[in-house]
Design a protein around this ligand. Structure first.
Ligand SMILES: NC(=O)c1ccc[n+]([C@@H]2O[C@H](COP(=O)([O-])OP(=O)(O)OC[C@H]3O[C@@H](n4cnc5c(N)ncnc54)[C@H](OP(=O)(O)O)[C@@H]3O)[C@@H](O)[C@H]2O)c1
Length: 308
């Protein structure tokens, strides 16, 4: 007996095919999840989404059919969120499983961020997912089942230099998901945070920069060492990772299938290690230890420091 049978059987003679909405399917984890479902899991009805500018990539990869549709969605746009949920409601009744996967990551120290950059980071990784969650919850509560799977990050448990805004967005997602876990418990709606650490992918090449953190503008000044060391460090860690985006997609799929998945699901080895470091290491040691682990951090900003 599959532990997820509740999702597949509304009653004994009528199989239920859960409706899955996935954000950010144009590449990376979202695309791999869409492929897994398209190729191997006809028990789900899928809405694979991408921003208008990338939607053609999805049409190039998949042929729409009665259980797999492609639809434009910009998670930062309220009209776009409303439109897609209305469309799904008309077509299939509602969303049973929401996978908030779309995300962006700024590489910038706080001093180099602007209010506009901060807003875009939060809109994409936190406010957008919250907007979608608000729209799918009524149907999930009414049907007494549903799953919300938010793709978070190790950056949602530990913050690193040059990633403040990304971390803030994932911490926000983590906090809200934890609250939602309690709020939805009486209604049978389950909430999970899939937390990848470094994934072997090229997504470090998709990072956003601000005007001042952009390498094209020749890093210089007090933060030059931060960028010069953090950028190749993150790239190296990702290239060394033994976890692929397909494996993260498989963890999301397993979460979809599990009847009572946990709230926190560390999804890479480093995510599990950091989870325990954060919990077990005394606080006064945690930051000096992590600082010591960063490449040449003792020397960062030395030529510009007036520290007394
Ligand atoms: N890969 C990692 O190492 C890693 C580690 C930890 C956590 N994560 C998390 O995992 C998730 C997926 O990451 P990934 O590595 O697969 O990233 P990715 O390869 O950069 O893909 C991100 C996806 O999000 C989409 N997106 C960006 N802004 C959007 C918006 N406003 N509306 C709708 N879609 C939007 C992108 O679509 P466009 O084509 O339209 O830009 C793209 O499809 C993210 O939430 C990320 O924070 C990844």
């Amino acid at each position: 007996m599959w532990p997820f049978s509740r999702y597949h059987k509304k009653n004994s003679d009528q199989p239920h095919h859960p409706v899955v909405l996935i954000t950010g399917c144009s590449r990376g984890i979202g695309l791999d999840l869409a492929k897994l479902l398209y190729d191997h899991h006809p028990e789900y009805r899928v809405i694979a989404t991408a921003r208008e500018k990338s939607i053609q990539k999805l049409h190039d990869q998949f042929l729409e059919n009665e259980r797999f549709i492609i639809y434009p969605l910009d998670v930062t746009n309220e009209d776009s969120r409303k439109e897609i949920i209305n469309h799904i409601t008309k077509k299939w009744g509602g969303v049973d499983i929401l996978v908030n996967n779309a995300g962006i990551s700024y590489r910038s120290v706080i001093e180099h961020m602007t209010a506009k950059d901060e807003l875009l980071q939060m809109e994409t990784n936190y406010l957008g997912p919250m907007g979608l969650i608000r729209r799918v919850l009524p149907y999930m509560r009414e049907t007494g089942r549903g799953k919300i799977i938010n793709v978070s990050s190790v950056a949602g448990m530990l913050a690193m230099p040059t990633m403040s805004s990304y971390s803030a967005s994932k911490y926000a997602l983590e906090g809200a998901s934890e609250s939602l876990w309690y709020e939805m418990r009486p209604f049978g709606v389950q909430i999970s945070l899939v937390q990848p650490g470094f994934v072997n992918s090229s997504s470090f090449m998709n990072v956003y920069h601000t005007e001042l953190s952009d390498p094209a503008n020749n890093w210089n000044g007090p933060y030059c060492d931060f960028y010069q060391n953090m950028t190749p460090f993150v790239a190296r860690m990702m290239q060394m990772s033994r976890t692929s985006s397909v494996q993260i997609a498989q963890i999301i799929l397993k979460t979809m299938k599990t009847e009572n998945p946990p709230l926190w699901i560390p999804a890479t080895l480093d995510a599990k290690v950091f989870y325990y470091i954060r919990r077990l290491m005394p606080r006064r040691l945690l930051l000096p230890f992590l600082y010591w682990c960063l490449p040449k951090a003792q020397r960062w900003g030395k030529n510009y420091s007036h520290r007394r």
